[in-house]
Design a protein around this ligand. Sequence first.
Ligand SMILES: [Zn+2]
Length: 406
Amino acid sequence: MNKNSLVIFFVFSLIANIGNVSMDACRAEEISPDISKEALQEKVDNILRQEVSVARRSIKDVFRLADIYAREGKDQKAMDLYKWGLGIDSWDLWGQLKYAELLRKNGDSVQASQKFNQVLAYAEDEKLADQAETLLGASPSQDGGKDPAVSNQSMEIVLVPIGDINKRLLAELRGELERKTGIRYSISGQSVDPGNVDRFYVDQILGEMIRQMKLQLPKSGVEGDRKGSGPRTRAGKIKFIQRFMIKHGAHPEDLFKFNGAIELLQAKGQYDASKLLSLLEARFKIPQNSPVMGYLGVTSEDIFNRRNNFLFSLSGDNHAVVSYFRMTSAFNKTPANRPRLLERTLKQAICSSCFLLGIPRCTSVGCVMAYTSGTVELDEKTTELCDTCKLQLRALLNYSKSEANA
Ligand SMILES: [Zn+2]
């Protein structure tokens, strides 16, 4: 690969990564305005004739057409398409839900219930899980249930929702935290509004692109780079990269892709975890003579701080913030799996809880208190405290219990 194509290749590997931060959990249900039902039908007829590996790439179109037939009441046509599509991508949980509805309507309630249960168990999208639960006719889930082992516990941590968060996940998290730690957890009725994002993905990505371009080609020769400082504004940076791409032989279609990717990133961004911590500190004070030991904010938003490009959590003295943004299947481009999302969030929340109680970071392999730099390491450690950390937590719990009984 020559230098120029290396640079272009690099630009596109960055653009490919942009998809990771522009998440959209729901499938667009509406047919895109530029394609008629007839055209979609023709497209799908073609997909059905393809090899599995090729069909997989366009499977959304099959579900889209199935959705249309379902809305029109053409059950058999819709069911055939859902079944075919799910044979290729069984993890399309919206597809599973809609197929199950039709199965039940047409008399196969056993298979329908199996599918509703599968969706309820695995959906990370709260609306989808709620819908499966309603269709299943199950009683609404309890808030994790009070564990008798902690009902007399005199230490409590309050979970505070920050922004729009998955309430089902939060309730499950509360129950699991109590079971794992023996501490009592409650969910605050008040949520914190995080406000507007503190920095935009688009600015981070553009900055990184230009930095890498300069590393690859110290003298890029592109106008605007003569003084070596580079463009400062967002528009300037976009123009800089466009000119750079043109100069190095990018195809017009490449430019089109670049512009589209940038468009996607304009509105989304990250929150400064330190600011969220300050918001929590200002809003929630530790009451005197109360079992409350700390407040743990939980958010679905992406967070960062001065030293880290992204964070799973940040802890202060009595307040901490946990973000599950980078733990979701939507971010990691994997099939939805709420038990896995819960486990990841749980590990981070146990860690933050222990910090709130004054238990330090641990270096034992596999201990939930060990440091993790990413999702892979997070998945590698267990949800358990090592013996040393467990002793510290038990000592704290026993001490606070005897204090309360005194
Ligand atoms: Zn440990």
